[in-house]
Every structure is written in structure tokens, then in C-alpha cells.
Design a protein around this ligand. Structure first.
Ligand code: HEC
Length: 165
């Protein structure tokens, strides 16, 4: 009986906590800069896409999403997503290559010394092993330049990229 009570109380607290969290989120949504980054709405994604530097502002997000199917077996993109064969890609733009948390990179990527932006990603995705010889990413490359633009636009919108103020 005691045990049942404890479970009931714990369950009640969890429900309470979940509800109050929901309220915070609703309030946060009206302020300009919510402390916790919520998943952006479709309208926010469209606005972010339009604000990207050319040519990414003309990216086709639906095609980018289709091309990401080529990456999905090895990469997650959601915030806090697990590393698979490759690292989680949330926040990759503006991050130095080979420095994502909880992942062991090859020496080639660790020593690359640049920060990921659209231009570096374009070269990397065209030919990963040509761009950074010694990488352990076994991906042949995405040869169509327009597919790369669409995929990079999609990644910018989906991985928490923040345009420069
Ligand atoms: C077969 C698995 C595999 C596939 C498919 C794959 N990757 Fe990777 N990716 C990796 C591995 C492994 C690494 C780490 C490379 C290293 O350390 O040499 C990596 C690294 C990366 C990095 C560097 C991340 C960082 O933090 O420096 C980016 C960006 C990336 N991949 C993007 C992509 C995209 C976009 C695609 C789809 C077009 C893709 N990858 C397809 C396995 C894969």
C-alpha cells in the first residue's frame, strides 16, 4: 500500500512538472529570445531559409530532406541526438571541424583546423575523401551541386544554425 502511494505521488509530481513546463514554453514563445531553443515551426524555418546567404536562400528544403536520407544511417541532427557511425550534426555550422561532443574523430578531421560553413560543407559533401584525405567518413560524395545547396540549406535550417546578427 505504501509503495502504491509513493508511486502515485511520484506520478502526480511528474504530471505537474510536465504541465508547468508546458506553460513556461507557451510564455517563452512570445518573448524575443527564449532561453531554451524550441524546435522551430515551419514559418520560422521558412524565415531562416530566406535569411541565408545566397545560394542557400534558394535551397529546396524538400529536396534537401530527401538527400539527407543518404546521411541518416550515420548521422542524427536533432539537438542532443546520439552519435551513430558519425557524430551528431546539431550545431555543426560555426563549430570547428572534429570538435563535436561525445565522438572520436579521425586525426584527419581533428586536425582540419577550419570552422564548418556552407562553403566547407560543399567541398566536403562533393568528395569527403578528396577534401580531407584520411577521413573515416565512407561516403562517395554528392555530385550534383544543386543537391548540395539544397542539403546544406536543409542542414542549416534543421541543425540550429544562427545567422550572424
Ligand atoms: C557511412 C556513414 C556516413 C555517411 C553515409 C555520412 N557520414 Fe558524415 N561522417 C561519418 C563519419 C564516420 C564522420 C567522422 C569522420 C572522421 O572523423 O574522419 C563523419 C563526419 C561528418 C561531418 C563532420 C562533423 C564534425 O563535427 O566535424 C559532417 C559535417 C558530415 N559528416 C556530414 C555528412 C552528411 C551531410 C552526409 C550525407 C550527405 C554524411 N555525412 C554521410 C559517417 C558518415
Amino acid at each position: 500500500m505504501r509503495v502504491f502511494h509513493t508511486i502515485a505521488i511520484v506520478a502526480f509530481c511528474v504530471i505537474l512538472a510536465a504541465c508547468s513546463k508546458g506553460e513556461e514554453k507557451a510564455e517563452g514563445g512570445t518573448s524575443a529570445a527564449p532561453a531554451v531553443a524550441a524546435v522551430p515551426s515551419d514559418a520560422e524555418k521558412a524565415a531562416l531559409l530566406a535569411s541565408l546567404p545566397a545560394p542557400y536562400n534558394t535551397g529546396d528544403l524538400a529536396n534537401g530532406q530527401r538527400k539527407f536520407a543518404l546521411c541518416r544511417s550515420c548521422h542524427t541532427i536533432a539537438q542532443g541526438g546520439p552519435a551513430l557511425t558519425g557524430p551528431n550534426l546539431h550545431g555543426v555550422f560555426g563549430r570547428q571541424a572534429g570538435t563535436g561532443a561525445d565522438y572520436t574523430y579521425s586525426p584527419a578531421v581533428k586536425a582540419a583546423g577550419f570552422t564548418w560553413d556552407g562553403e566547407h560543407l560543399d567541398k566536403w559533401l562533393a568528395d569527403p575523401r578528396g577534401f580531407l584525405p584520411g577521413t573515416k567518413m565512407s561516403f562517395a560524395g554528392l555530385k550534383d551541386p544543386k543537391d548540395r545547396v539544397d542539403l546544406i540549406a536543409y542542414l542549416k535550417v534543421e541543425t540550429g544554425y544562427k545567422p550572424a546578427p
